[in-house]
Design a protein around this ligand. Structure first.
Ligand SMILES: [Zn+2]
Length: 211
């Protein structure tokens, strides 16, 4: 058995009910106060919540996880909106954090980009529109990153390149001109790659692509 806390107050059902009702009626107020307290000393709250987590029994942890999961399922739209709001409010720092992460995990960058684009890819004219939009975006950037050598270049010095060649796509049953198969390539890489197959080309790269 766990040792009893020094002072454990017991409440009557009525008191608990009153408290619950009061909290419900003052939700905004409570949340504002909590936010204020958190902003004043975030470290303190991190310590408290870590301590609370540590106090949970495995059953309580499981119940809590189930509660969170259920909440997310039942409030999908609200959770999404909250996430979006958070992202918008913290865009700069999130971007910095991501950049730092990619710096530590350079091999993941290309893979990540490709996967994200694959998720966005479709077929037919929608897919083409996506590519046009994508090219417009990087063409108007100051500097772009070459997918192959990962160097920074002016967009004017770059080409739209296809990761897999047309014949390779036929063989692999992939769509050649789709967003997950296009990339930005600097002119030298584009030239060098075209004279060799993707396998050979991969061997020449400083950090091969994860194909
Ligand atoms: Zn390059």
């Amino acid at each position: 058995m766990e040792t009893e806390p020094k002072k454990k107050r017991t409440y009557t059902v009525e008191q608990l009910e009153n408290r619950r009702r009061w909290r419900e009626q003052n939700r905004e107020k409570i949340s504002a106060k909590k936010k204020q307290e958190y902003a004043a000393d975030p470290e303190k709250f991190k310590v408290i919540s870590a301590a609370n987590r540590a106090k949970r029994t495995p059953e309580q942890s499981a119940a809590h996880a189930a509660y969170i999961k259920r909440y997310h399922e039942e409030n999908k739209e609200a959770v999404k909106a909250a996430k979006r709001k958070y992202h918008e409010a913290h865009r700069a720092e999130l971007r910095k954090k991501a950049a730092k992460w990619f710096e530590k995990n350079p091999e993941k960058r290309r893979d990540f980009t490709r996967r994200r684009r694959a998720e966005q890819s479709g077929s037919g004219s929608e897919a083409k529109k996506t590519i046009v939009k994508w090219e417009k975006k990087w063409r108007s950037a100051k500097l772009v990153r070459c997918y192959w050598c990962e160097g920074s270049f002016k967009p004017d010095d770059c080409h739209l390149d296809h990761v897999h060649s047309r014949p390779a796509c036929k063989k692999l049953n992939l769509v050649w001109h789709c967003i997950s198969n296009v990339c930005v390539s600097c002119a030298p890489c584009n030239l060098k790659k075209n004279s060799s197959g993707l396998d050979d080309w991969n061997k020449k790269l400083g950090s091969p692509t994860l194909l």
